[in-house]
Ligand binder design. Structure first.
Ligand code: KG4
Ligand code: ZN
Length: 345
């Protein structure tokens, strides 16, 4: 007997293939995670220093069926038990998105279940719904490889972007700085590790900008210039001190501006999410800054911060409950504003 969205135990099969993770998960309509399988392509892209879109698409094609089967097996269910299928519709690499969407459409058609198209960044925010109820209004601080945004949510599935990076996303800056320091891709975890080992800090500039926007290309260029000068002089580059200086600059600006925005808009809750939210120093600093002004700060556990399908399932479940079902004409949207996805753009 097929279950409906208002049944807490109804099962959503979720698929995420927007970048370099082939992921599938099973979550309940009530927001409980039953399985979360991520096949990371990082080892394949590592030697190129970044994601190669053509290779990403091919890897998704090779792994998607296996990963979906594994998600159902790990949840202890079969295809017959699935009541809806949710998939990342965008934004992301168009060829990569296409693979997940085709898999989701095929499943929905074959099993005759509803198909739901989810916004990747909305998924990052809804990762927190797997850890408890989302309390509104909230300010989402989204920090990933492609996005740095401050997004106000006053009610479920309604998004208002109030600030964004005008140049590099935070994760992108981490990856570029890591590359300049000859550290592997993706650079975030490596920079974090070096920064924690440092006993000194090379103090780097902070770009405050007016309003709620960000800029991270200045601090990235300052790191590059420092490395270049040291190498020209034949000096050893103090990678830990530079990593610490870079990370401190980023954290200082992110936390100060996020808290300022929450206070200015009278928002009592912050959700920190996206791949860079896996950074322990950032989590702690924002937590402390929130405590100081009485703003709660929630951060999903590490495994739900970096790209995964459970977060897509959590947002998909909310969309299913709201009756937001797609049809077989659903197409990949490689560029897609979250405000428009929520219906406000
Ligand atoms: O959200 P995500 O998995 O993929 C995108 O949608 O972009 O984010 C990936 C980004 C990468 O830039 C990676 O370097 C960064 O998250 N990242 C980190 C950490 N773990 C991952 N950045 C800083 N510290 C970390 N511990
Ligand atoms: Zn992401």
């Amino acid at each position: 007997m097929r279950k409906h969205a208002d049944d807490e135990d109804a099962l959503v099969l979720a698929i995420e293939t927007s970048c370099d993770e082939t992921a599938a998960a099973v979550v309940t309509a009530g927001g409980a995670m039953r399985s979360n399988v991520v096949w990371s392509q990082i080892a394949v892209h590592e030697r190129f220093g970044g994601v190669v879109p053509e290779i990403a698409s091919r890897m998704h094609v090779e792994h998607i069926t296996i990963v979906m089967d594994e998600a159902m097996r790990a949840a202890g269910v079969t295809q017959e038990d699935i009541d809806a299928v949710a998939v990342t519709q965008g934004p992301g690499l168009v060829g990569a998105l296409f693979v997940g969407i085709m898999a989701a459409k095929s499943f929905a058609y074959a099993r005759d279940v509803p198909l739901i198209g989810v916004h990747h960044i909305a998924g990052h925010i809804y990762a927190q719904a797997l850890c408890g109820v989302l309390a509104f209004p909230l300010l989402a601080v989204v920090v990933s490889g492609g996005h740095t945004e401050l997004i106000v949510m006053r009610e479920p599935l309604m998004f208002q972007t109030i600030g964004r990076s005008r140049d590099d996303a935070v994760g992108e800056a981490y990856d570029k700085v890591a590359r300049a320091l000859r550290l592997p891709y993706p650079g975030g975890p490596h920079i974090e590790k070096r920064a924690a080992e440092a006993d000194t800090e090379i103090v780097l500039p902070r770009a405050w900008l007016d309003g709620d926007d960000f800029s991270f290309s200045g601090v990235k260029s300052a790191v590059m210039a420092h490395i270049h000068r040291a190498r020209m002089r034949g000096d050893v580059v103090d990678a830990p001190a530079l990593a610490r200086g870079f990370q401190q600059s980023v954290i200082d600006v992110l936390c100060t501006k996020a808290i300022r925005a929450a206070c200015a808009h009278g928002i009592p809750h912050i959700v920190l999410c996206g791949g860079v939210a896996a950074n322990g120093a950032l989590r702690e600093a924002l937590q402390r800054a929130g405590d100081a002004v009485g703003v709660t700060v929630a951060v999903p556990p590490m495994a739900l911060c970096t790209d995964n399908a459970a977060m897509i399932g959590a947002c998909g479940a909310a969309m299913w409950r709201a009756g937001r079902i797609a049809d077989m004409h659903m197409e990949a949207k490689s560029l897609w504003s979250i405000d428009a996805f929520g219906g406000a753009g």
